[in-house]
Design a binder for this molecule. Sequence first.
Ligand SMILES: *Cc1c(COP(=O)(O)O)cnc(C)c1O
Length: 351
Amino acid sequence: MKAWQDKIRSVVPYTPGEQPNRQNMIKLNTNENPYPPAPGVRQALDSFDEDRLRLYPDPTAGLLVNTLADYYGVGKDQVFVGVGSDDVLAVAFMTFFNSDKPIFFPDITYSFYPVWADLFRVPYEKKALTEDFAIRPEDYYPANGGVIFPNPNAPTSRYEELSVIEDILEHNQDVIVIVDEAYIDFAGESALKLLERYENLLVVQTFSKSRSMAGMRIGFAIGHPDLIRAMNDVKYSFNSYTMNQTALVLGAEAVKDEVYFKECVNKIINTRERAKAEFSSLGFTYPEPGANFIFVTHPEYPAQELFAALRAQDIYVRYFNQPRIDNYLRVTIGTDEQMTALFNFLREYMR
Ligand SMILES: *Cc1c(COP(=O)(O)O)cnc(C)c1O
């Protein structure tokens, strides 16, 4: 072993879902939106002045921040934007989780949380979800260094009512509570409503799912101005020009077209309802889905076997070889045509 080797930081990285690129594949493995971004995004791209790329973008990301502040009816000093919500969440971990006490998050959740915790040397404790994958608010009552969970949760798709979120907030007023709302547009009420009452709440959302822009990398957080100021201080200590010029312009366009946005979200919700019925008729069970994916298990067919059989047909879904969920598949809701192809195959395979 060379002397410099033991000075190299070694970490266990997050494993992103595979990004296959095959003709005619059916890609239901990373919860992308099957529909294109708003038509205004196409127009903005067509009229984009490439000479603008000579210059640095606005480090405050003003255009996007202002557009989001208007849309959500909050102050411009309450919005932080980043390169996907992964970037926003990483900055939030650095900014808010600095206690000797462990942060709390569910045992089954977004698998990036333990990775960031390890990277930033934040102690953490996982709180077991119930048998049916519900969060037990009491688990989050003991003293801690902060709380983070997605709502709806991933990969279970289960949505918790705001009363559950508020219960956790009520018992955690001395730490920052982060609600990762990557999938909230497909579910129920957002925790944004609780911001007035809880200045220690940070709500994080993304353009990657409901706004069809995973490739553009835009995420944002909304919270009390003190929290946003602290996050910006960390951002400017790390990388000032996070949002590129195209992301600023195209992101703002996507937010402006609310009609198109709602239409896409409703189409996906309708397809999800149909998918529930089809999975049930094949004997699958699942927690009630609140996101643009469904977390299914079957009493006879092992998930890993189904995963491989689907993959051989170029139908990609997600399988997690992890305790408690290793007999489940996470299936993104695609177009009706894509779901028809999936169910046609499954009906044939499971005969
Ligand atoms: C997809 C996802 C994210 C990250 O999305 P970005 O593409 O980085 O915006 C964050 N949290 C959860 C729970 C997700 O599923």
